[in-house]
Design a protein around this ligand. Sequence first.
Ligand SMILES: Nc1ncnc2c1ncn2[C@@H]1O[C@H](COP(=O)(O)OP(=O)(O)OP(=O)(O)O)[C@@H](O)[C@H]1O
Ligand SMILES: [Mg+2]
Length: 448
Amino acid sequence: MKPSIMIVDDEKSIRDNLAKYLSAEYTAYTAANGNDAVKTLSENSDIEVVLSDMKMPGMDGLELLEKLREDNKEVIVILITGFSTIESAVDAMRRGAYDYLTKPIDLNKLEITIKNAIENKKLRSENILLRQRIRERIDATSLVGKSQGIKDIISLVDRVSSTKATVLIQGESGTGKELVANVIHYNSLVAHGPFIKVNCSALAEGVLESELFGHEKGAFTGAMFMKKGRFELADGGTLFLDEIGDLPASIQIKLLRFLQESEFERVGGTRTIKVDVRIISATNKNLEQLVKEGKFRDDLFYRLKVVTIEVPPLRERREDIPLLIDFHLKRFTEIHNKQVSGISREAMKLIRTYDWHGNIRELMNCIESAVVMSIGDVIDVDSLPPFMTIGQKNQATGIASRNLFDIEKKAILEALEKHRGNKAETARSLGIGLRTLYRKLHQYGVET
Ligand SMILES: Nc1ncnc2c1ncn2[C@@H]1O[C@H](COP(=O)(O)OP(=O)(O)OP(=O)(O)O)[C@@H](O)[C@H]1O
Ligand SMILES: [Mg+2]
């Protein structure tokens, strides 16, 4: 289907000629003045572009633009202007016109302008849709939990979201630091702006610097083009610096300067670049300790932690576990197309009391694997990963060691003894495969 456009001009010959010319690629409507245009638009919602003369009797081009904006019409307005009205055309662009063309109209330019405008509009609406989807996802996953710890975080997030304050998020691995950063961004004043993430521990010092601040052409061998860094890409939005504890000293200085002056230079460049970026950083290290050890600048530390959010480990908020199970069970059931509707009481007990050192990420992995392994519609102890059931048996026998290998070995040998060396029975009782049992015994150097 051809895209539709409308030509608005009080001169009949102009609008007819333009309509005829453009009809090869577009469905062209015409209107003789602003009022006509509004009427035609309301009757034809397929019109994407309005090409309007500035000077017309009655409602002129500017008033038409104003009216369309007032009515929140998503239509693109391109104005056609004579020399006498160029200034007001520029003004019109400030008020939302897409572009203006001067008379006499260059038909090539007209075609390109219309094409670009339609492309631009398509991209923009795709972008809005994409951002909306991300935001919906963020809302849906937002911080499941009812513990005081989670409530405190939500209340803090609420308060900092509407500000541009720099936020430091601390917590063990897998506790939800990145999720918190996302929630802050997507509930903030710059939610429509970009959310850019950098993992400070994943890149070598030199690469990280140019990744963050960009580089000029020729800054180093291989820098064939200028490249914008993440700071520039995050302009008007949020930059999330993950694993900030691993930031090398040379970059700590540059970041400090940015936090003080909102400016920096690209690697190999002299031009000072200013951007408007909110910084959220996260770490699972004890930054204060790193400061004491001289590995992290104290001035930077204080700049980063204008607001500090501590995400507590899962073992300190076990009351959240049932909610988290419920939430992620639904998610993974859908993702893996399984028919799981619940979890048995024993399995629940095991999950609630387990020591989740990997926190929510580990819990999620466990639920995902249980969903995949489950046979009936209820997750039972059998569907849980073996390390959990073994851990439980050892809790019962009161083993102090936290070494998973030792716990596992002891559990397996005990079970073997209990089943008087019957390996099939032993494997079954442990919820592992017979071959796995043989492999483990071989590892322990137990003769089979
Ligand atoms: N309160 C929560 N409710 C629901 N899901 C959560 C919650 N907290 C974390 N998650 C989920 O747990 C997983 C781990 O969270 P996230 O990646 O944010 O942790 P992290 O603290 O950044 O970990 P790391 O230090 O390892 O980078 C994610 O998939 C996240 O969506
Ligand atoms: Mg993380």
